[in-house]
Design a protein around this ligand. Structure first.
Ligand code: SF4
Length: 333
């Protein structure tokens, strides 16, 4: 991409202290987010996606978490060096977040209008009446019918889809340049999921924003993102454009994720048995040596349990961390 990145995460490492020891939830992660794009960050639960997203807004609880190295550059400033006041000017204002489960993110004892309005009162110093009017307008923008009535309702009075729309209204209230959406549709019915993702995509264009879309679902990325970073065990193992990933996936983990998407496996009317990736993501404190994916990888070979593959360019703008592609040792035929 020819443009300057809007956000640049560089060599980010985040450690967590658990009862079982110290482990890296995020290990040397780097990526850029460009203006007006959606970057999909994909991987199973426990791969470090959410921790990465939370760190951009400095929402990692410390202890037990600790950002031990790296930079998060936004507007020429390293977010990791900001004090609380400086951070407040960015958080919810220039960079906002939509969480997976709106019921836990919304406060049940305040009305939807109070909660959306707070964003305007804090960041735009709006009066109560102005904040209410702006909240109604945002509810209208996210497609909530009868917003003048809904603004006075409590979260439990809204359906799951409506609550997520209200969360999006709150996140977009100050017209942030970056929206971080962490599994924004996982808690919703399948029929509502596409509506919410379509809405976010439409609002991204309308508000001229960029999105970091965290998901375990490569199918979601196929439809809504332009670039993708696949994470496994705290590392990015593959990154490229969405068309590259679907036409020429390189990393065996990415291939495994693709083989578990129903639409991609669908061969006409013939039902196709989906493949699973056997095994589980290793725990933080017990990462295997060498390639962290090797205990689950059906293509592992001689160097995989000893040498950690580096994330290197394997094609134009296509990065992959796998010995099969970086010529460390000749792979088996
Ligand atoms: Fe599999 Fe080896 Fe590649 Fe790791 S480095 S993904 S174990 S082939």
């Amino acid at each position: 991409m020819p443009q300057q990145p809007l956000l640049s995460v560089q060599n980010l490492t985040i450690q967590f202290r658990t009862d079982d020891g110290l482990g890296k939830a995020v290990d040397g992660v780097s990526f850029d987010l460009y203006p007006n794009e959606t970057l999909g960050i994909v991987g199973e639960s426990g791969c470090g996606k959410t921790v990465t997203a939370l760190s951009i807004l400095r929402l990692i609880q410390s202890p037990p978490g600790e950002i031990s190295s790296g930079k998060i550059l936004f507007d020429g400033t390293d977010i990791l060096t900001l004090n609380e006041n400086e951070l407040r000017a960015i958080r919810g204002n220039r960079i906002a977040m939509v969480f997976q489960e709106p019921m836990t993110a919304l406060n049940p004892v305040f009305t939807i209008g109070d909660q959306i309005g707070e964003v305007f009162r804090i960041h735009q110093k709006s009066s109560k009446a102005e904040a209410r009017a702006k909240s109604i307008e945002m509810l209208r923008q996210v497609g909530i019918p009868d917003p003048e009535k809904r603004v006075d309702e409590y979260p439990h009075q809204l359906s799951g889809g409506m609550r997520q729309r209200a969360m999006i209204a709150m996140a977009l209230g100050c017209k942030p340049v970056i929206l971080i959406a962490d599994e924004p549709t996982t808690a919703l019915d399948v029929t509502i999921q596409a509506q919410i993702l379509d809405l976010m995509d439409e609002l991204k264009r309308k508000f001229d924003a960029s999105i970091i879309l965290i998901t375990h679902d490569l199918g979601v990325v196929a439809n809504y993102a332009q670039r993708i970073a696949v994470m496994y065990a705290g590392k990015i193992v593959e990154s490229c454009t969405v068309s590259q990933i679907f036409s020429n996936p390189k990393h065996p983990y990415t291939v495994g994720l693709m083989e578990s998407i129903p639409a991609i496996q669908d061969e006409g009317d013939k039902p196709v048995r989906l493949r699973e990736i056997k095994g589980i993501v290793p725990p933080l404190h017990d990462m295997p040596p060498g390639c962290p994916f090797h205990p689950r990888c059906h293509r592992r070979f001689e160097p995989c349990d000893k040498e950690t593959p580096q994330l290197l360019e394997v094609g134009a703008g296509h990065l992959c961390a796998c010995h099969l592609h970086i010529g460390c040792v000749k792979p088996p035929a």
